[in-house]
Design a protein around this ligand. Structure first.
Ligand code: UDP
Length: 236
């Protein structure tokens, strides 16, 4: 596979064309942003952790019947993925209260829910990714009703698989954000990444934060948290 011109540069990744029409190469950067881009920084080694962890998790999910964009890892930071049209929705699943949920509803972090929750944000930088419901998303033609139902079903399946997987590593999967894409033949697949940038991970016994919240909240130990998650997933 040949790497061609850069198609896009986002906050944490670059995307390159390839000599294959239906494949692109994603390249993970160490750049970190938070609070709608207001906070910027670098997390040394993050790109490697996110690339490798995301690829590994997507392969676990594929085995459990969840279709993903994953094709092939090229090196520490680069991966071939299916070219998809991203559905402009951030899909957030929560098992435990934290972050905006705790803030918006005036509750503490750490409340364990009886059932996971789902919510959508409209991926639109000018509007600052507002919360949106499924009816509004369909009205705006961001996705069809069938696609939204498929996305919901896939997102809860991802949660079932990953919640159990991480618990086995002594990690609580508190909440996470997913993005989905549509392939050339119209299939909805899991896209983007699953990493400490997009998930909240708490140690099962101590509730120590092992994710990007350490960067968002200036807690220090950011690189070590990413390294620790890498260690839990891949061993030494
Ligand atoms: N999240 C993300 N990208 C975003 C917003 C949220 O990956 O643009 C993830 C975040 O890491 C967390 C989950 O989605 O695991 C829920 O985030 P929340 O809505 O609580 O937002 P925050 O507290 O970060 O404002």
């Amino acid at each position: 596979m040949e790497k061609r011109e850069q198609l896009y540069e986002g906050k944490a990744k670059k995307v390159f064309a390839t000599d294959e029409e239906n494949a692109v190469i994603v390249s993970y950067k160490d750049d970190a942003t938070a609070f709608d881009g207001a906070k910027k920084g670098t997390i040394v080694g993050k790109g490697v952790v996110n690339n490798k962890m995301s690829n590994f998790l997507m392969q676990i999910l594929e085995k459990q019947g969840v279709k993903t964009h994953y094709v092939q890892e090229l090196n520490d930071r680069e991966t071939v993925v299916k070219k998809v049209e991203i559905v402009p929705l951030e899909v957030i699943i929560r098992n435990i209260s934290a972050g905006s949920f705790a803030r918006n509803y005036g509750v503490e972090e750490g409340i364990v829910f009886d059932e996971p929750t789902i919510e959508f944000s409209y991926k639109n930088d000018d509007l600052h990714d507002p919360l949106i419901n499924a009816y509004h998303a369909v009205a705006l033609k961001l996705a069809t009703k069938d696609e939204i139902n498929k996305i919901k079903e896939m997102a809860f399946k991802v949660n079932d698989v990953l919640k159990e997987y991480f618990l086995g590593l002594g990690v609580k999967l508190v909440d996470f954000k997913l993005e989905f894409g549509k392939t050339a033949d119209g299939e909805i697949v899991l896209a983007d990444e699953i990493s400490p940038d997009t998930c909240r991970f708490w140690d099962k016994d101590t509730n120590e934060k092992l994710d990007k919240d350490r960067f968002r909240r200036d807690m220090g130990g950011v690189e070590d948290a990413y390294k620790e998650m890498m260690k839990r997933v891949f061993g030494e």
